[in-house]
Design a protein around this ligand. Structure first.
Ligand code: ADE
Length: 227
């Protein structure tokens, strides 16, 4: 999978080189390139934003700059993800769907976001016919300073679902959010007792049917408690 990230703070995305994602890049499963939006400005001040038409607080990111950054990255079968608190709320199902994409572009907006014509332009028939799709996505109902952290959250959730990225793919089978509303059961390891708290007896019983039943009950209880 090829991933391009566009931001005015490319250094913000340096954690993408670490851990599992770093390994996935060394082994060639994932190729991540971070692009500096300011390289696509053409004035002395490297301006990326201006005041909004119609008035109001904040600044809006310039469509020309985004267009120059995005055009060379567009190839057939691209999912362009525009990070915005006004987007569709990201979930595990979307992570699974994006994990099958061959090319993701993350557009990290700052300020009051990107001029809407960028979304409109790359959503036209011309792009749709080349299998280029635009998605406005939010990672949750709160406002971040910009899309960078949101892009990292999405990239981590998406790439760990690509075959070969996780050391043990079985870890994917019984985890939270695999089924709508499913939360994983609580886990325990050694020692058998820690600070006076014992591991639940049933987990030491060796009775796999009863263990599975207990885990299902615990998962249900968690889901209810979180409502
Ligand atoms: N940019 C600012 N807040 C955001 C959010 N919640 N999700 C995605 N991008 C954002």
């Amino acid at each position: 999978m090829k991933i391009d990230v566009i931001s005015i703070f490319p250094e913000y995305l340096s954690p993408l080189q670490l851990s599992l994602l770093g390994k996935a890049q060394s082994s060639g499963i994932v190729e991540i390139t971070v692009h500096d939006l300011r390289k696509h400005t053409n004035d002395n001040h490297n301006t990326v934003d201006d005041t909004p038409y119609g008035g109001g607080a904040g600044m809006v990111m310039l469509p020309e700059v985004w267009g120059r950054a995005l055009d060379p990255l567009m190839q057939p079968e691209t999912d362009l993800i525009v990070l915005t608190p006004a987007g569709k709320r990201f979930n595990q199902k979307m992570a699974e769907s994006y994990s099958k994409s061959s090319h993701l572009i993350f557009a990290c907006g700052r300020y009051e976001g990107i001029d809407d014509r960028v979304r409109q332009h790359y959503s036209t028939n011309e792009y749709q016919s080349r299998d280029i799709r635009v998605h406005e996505v939010s990672i949750g109902d709160y406002v971040l300073g910009g899309g960078e952290v949101a892009a990292m959250v999405m990239i981590e959730a998406i790439t760990r679902l690509i075959p070969g990225v996780l050391g043990n793919p079985e870890s994917l089978t019984e985890e939270s959010h695999n089924d709508e509303g499913y939360l994983e059961y609580p886990n325990f390891t050694k020692p058998q007792e820690w600070r006076g708290i014992p591991v639940p007896e049933i987990l030491l019983s060796g009775n796999h049917r009863e263990i599975a039943k207990w885990r299902r009950q615990q998962a249900d209880k968690r889901a209810k408690d979180n409502l």
